[in-house]
Design a protein around this ligand. Structure first.
Ligand code: ADP
Length: 480
């Protein structure tokens, strides 16, 4: 029996006010991997109060001192990488190697923002009047509430709380219900790093009730969210009541475009990274593959050959490239997209079914799938699939594919494979997406801005861009 894990409020491990608990299970095996205290809005209110009390001293602390805490945390995450990655694999099924990469990404984020904390520069501006001086100050926005999803349960937390803490904000984090264990371990490291009580708080529990407290509590000055467009819209609407600042990193429906002059082997690898990593459960995942008709057959053959070699299994096993989907609802949705496409005329080139034999019997496994003859009226062409399925269609000209690719309410990531320099620039400039990978299927890096346009979100994470999200600009006018 696993011991009960708790929330972290005002520097103490604490149970939910209403004593409810939640079981965490491994989606590859169905086994219980932990049990956590499951709170609600009342616990969120306690955490916000703690963060509010800590704000005054944390925001006034020198940046150099704040930086040291973040630096220590970065080292602790690095030193605990195997343990953290093991928890990630166990609670959401990610292959262990990928989970290690994610944890190292989180360590990099804490390190990056340990440095960035020291570079919050203000400005002086020449005045129109000889007897006035203009000074611009950058100051932390206040208490930040962060809500994170299950698909990158460590790094999504790091990407939100590291810049917030660096800027001098205090935080309350609510991780996803299916992945609280890695967040708890991260907070154990936060405790070990010695952050003052109340600077970083963790609440786990009912999303609606906690979300409402985040929205209604006037002490929360900023909400940072990664998740579905549906919930993002709810939060944006709710934040309007007290005009809270908000950053949203929402859904995507990435086009992946392969021109006739592309290096097809590189394109197969790029597509593989952008589609099968994390079992296709990433907001920057390819969801529409456009291949120039001249190379469609050759590319599809290479891709199908590669997909046949994929090892599917429990993320904790050596050599596994694709793990299970996070839960039954996720699997049902992905299989629904495949069935809908088949019913409307798509052809299955490989995969297309749930895996149920022996080792797969208790998990939520979908066979890596390639569909051809996909058309715009199919669900898979409109909705985010979040699974290991590649839908393929063809195109004939650059103008045509730009217009097809941009015909989406989403605008997070897009990918282009071509050897033509001029076309690289034209595509980068024409695609209405926040991130464009040119001959690159995995464009994320700590220092680069990450975020979407249209219904994919507002604001940017990553690099110095994220700092702005947690800073207010104050104009001070001196009469002299
Ligand atoms: P997904 O479909 O990927 O799980 P969600 O948007 O449902 O995406 O979940 C992302 C995060 O948002 C999770 O932490 C979840 O608990 C939280 N969440 C879900 N519904 C709400 C809500 N009504 N208010 C606040 N947070 C929510």
């Amino acid at each position: 029996m696993n011991e009960l894990k708790k929330m972290y409020i005002h520097g103490e491990w604490t149970e939910a006010t209403k004593s409810r608990t939640l079981e965490v299970t491994n989606p590859a095996t169905g086994e219980q991997v932990g049990i956590v205290s499951f709170g609600d809005g009342a616990d969120a209110a306690r955490a916000i109060q703690a963060a509010d009390m800590a704000f005054s001293s944390w925001s006034k602390m020198t940046a150099a001192k704040r930086s040291k805490f973040l630096y220590t945390l970065s080292e602790l995450v690095r030193n605990n990488k195997k343990e953290l990655a093991g928890i990630v694999s166990a609670e959401m099924g990610k292959p262990f190697g990928e989970a290690l990469g994610e944890v190292m990404g989180a360590a990099d984020n804490f390190l990056w923002y340990a440095e960035e904390a020291k570079r919050v520069y203000g400005e002086t501006i020449p005045s129109t009047f000889p007897n006035k001086r203009i000074m611009v100050l950058k100051q932390p926005v206040g208490v930040v509430a962060a809500i994170t999803p299950w698909n990158f349960p460590v790094n999504m937390v790091a990407r939100k709380i590291a810049p917030a803490l660096a800027a001098g904000c205090t935080v309350v984090l609510k991780p996803a219900e299916s992945t609280p264990l890695s967040a708890i371990h991260l907070f154990e490291l936060i405790e070990e790093a010695g952050f003052p009580a109340g600077v970083a708080n963790l609440v786990i529990g009912d999303p609606e009730s906690i979300g409402q407290e985040f929205l209604q509590n006037r002490r929360v000055r900023k909400i940072g969210f990664t998740g579905s467009t549906r919930v993002g819209k709810l939060l944006m609407e709710g934040a309007a009541q007290s005009v809270k600042r908000i950053s949203l990193e929402l859904g995507g429906h990435a086009p992946f475009i392969i021109f006739e002059d592309a290096d097809l082997d590189e394109a197969v690898q790029g597509l593989f990274d952008s589609k099968f990593r994390n079992s296709g459960q990433m907001c920057i995942c390819t969801n529409r593959l456009y291949i120039h008709e001249q190379v469609a057959e050759a590319f599809t053959a290479k891709l199908v050959e590669r997909v046949h070699q994929v090892k599917v299994g429990d993320g904790r096993e050596r050599g596994v490239e694709v793990g299970p989907l996070v839960n039954e609802a996720a699997l049902t949705k992905v299989l629904g997209h495949i069935e809908d496409a088949k019913a409307k005329g798509a052809k299955v080139a490989v995969g297309g079914n749930r895996l149920t034999e022996s080792e797969y019997a208790k998990g939520f496994f979908c066979a890596p799938t390639v569909l051809t003859n996909v058309t715009t009226e199919m669900k898979i062409w409109q909705e985010e699939t979040f699974g290991p399925v590649v839908p393929i269609t063809t195109f004939t000209s650059e103008d045509e594919v730009i217009s097809l690719a941009n015909n989406s309410q989403y605008g997070l990531a897009a990918y282009v494979y071509t050897q033509n320099n001029g076309r690289c620039f034209r595509m980068a400039e024409s695609l209405e997406y926040g991130i464009v990978g040119i001959n690159d299927g995995s464009p994320t890096q700590t220092q680069a801005p990450f975020g979407g346009v249209k219904e994919s979100g507002i604001g940017r994470e990553g690099g110095h861009y994220a700092m702005e999200e947690f800073l207010e600009t104050k104009f001070v006018s001196f009469g002299i």
